[in-house]
Design a protein around this ligand. Sequence first.
Ligand SMILES: NC(=O)c1ccc[n+]([C@@H]2O[C@H](COP(=O)([O-])OP(=O)(O)OC[C@H]3O[C@@H](n4cnc5c(N)ncnc54)[C@H](O)[C@@H]3O)[C@@H](O)[C@H]2O)c1
Length: 256
Amino acid sequence: MHRLQGKVAIVTGSGSGIGQGIAKRLGSEGAKVLINYRGSEAGADDTRRFIESHGGEGVVLKADVTKMDDIQNLVDTAWSRFGSADILVNNAGLEIRSDFWDTKVEDYDRQMAVNLRGPYFLAQAFVRRLRDAKKPGRIVNISSVHEDMAFPGFTAYCCSKGGLRMMMHNLTVELGPLGITINNIAPGAIVTPINKTLLEDKPKLDALLAKIPLGRLGTTDDVAGMVAYLASDEASYVTGATFLIDGGLMRDYHEQ
Ligand SMILES: NC(=O)c1ccc[n+]([C@@H]2O[C@H](COP(=O)([O-])OP(=O)(O)OC[C@H]3O[C@@H](n4cnc5c(N)ncnc54)[C@H](O)[C@@H]3O)[C@@H](O)[C@H]2O)c1
C-alpha cells in the first residue's frame, strides 16, 4: 500500500522508539522521510536503511528541537532535498521524574523546551513554508495520555503534554483555513527506551498491566498505523482531535 506516495514527512526523534516506528511506516507507505536524531546517529541510520529496503527514500539529519536554527534547518532541508514538507510529526520528547517539591528549574525548562517549545516553533517554520507555497499539510503531535491524565512524580512532563493539547486545539482553528490539519496521538504505555525503568521493574509493570483492559503494553506499530492514517488522504476531514492509543488505560475503573 503506497497511500503516502509523493508526500514528504519530517519525523523528530526518529532514531528510536515511537518516532522510529513512525518514520519506518511512513517511509514504507511511500513518503520521503526526513529522519531526525539528536544523540547517536546509529538508530537514525537503521531507520533510513529500513525505509530504503522497502523501496523508499530517507535522509538523516541531526537537529536539536530546542534550538531555533536547527528547527529551521529541518524544514529547509526537507524542502531543498525533497521539494516540500507536507507532514510534520512532532515526536521528540523526554520525561524526568521528580516529586513536585523537588523539581529543579533546569529539569522543568528542559522538558518544556523539548516537549512543547520545540513542537510549537517547528510547526511555525513548517506552516510558514506551506503558507508561502499555498500548499496543504498535516501535523501530528505525539503527546501522551498525560496531556489529560494525572501522573504523580511527572508534573512538569504533564504540563508540557497538556500544553501540546491546547496548542493543537488552537492551531486547529488557525491552520484550518490554510488547509492544514493538526491532531494529537496520546499513547499509553508503549514499549520503548523511555520506559526502561518501568519495563525492568516487574511488580510495577504487573500493576500497570492490571489497569490496561487489553492486558498488554502497546507497540510502536500500534502508534505508527494511526500516524499513517492521519497523514493520508483518508483523513482529510480529521482535525482537532486527540486519538488515544492506550489499550483502554484512560477508561479503566474498578470498585474494589
Ligand atoms: N513510550 C511511551 O510509553 C510513551 C507514552 C506516551 C507518550 N510518549 C511520547 O512519545 C514520544 C517518543 O518517545 P519514545 O517512547 O519513543 O521514547 P524515546 O526515548 O525512544 O524517544 C524520544 C526521542 O526524542 C529524541 N529527543 C529528545 N530530545 C530531543 C531534542 N532536543 N531534539 C531532538 N530529538 C530529541 C530522543 O533522541 C529520542 O529519539 C515522546 O514525545 C514521549 O513523550 C511515549
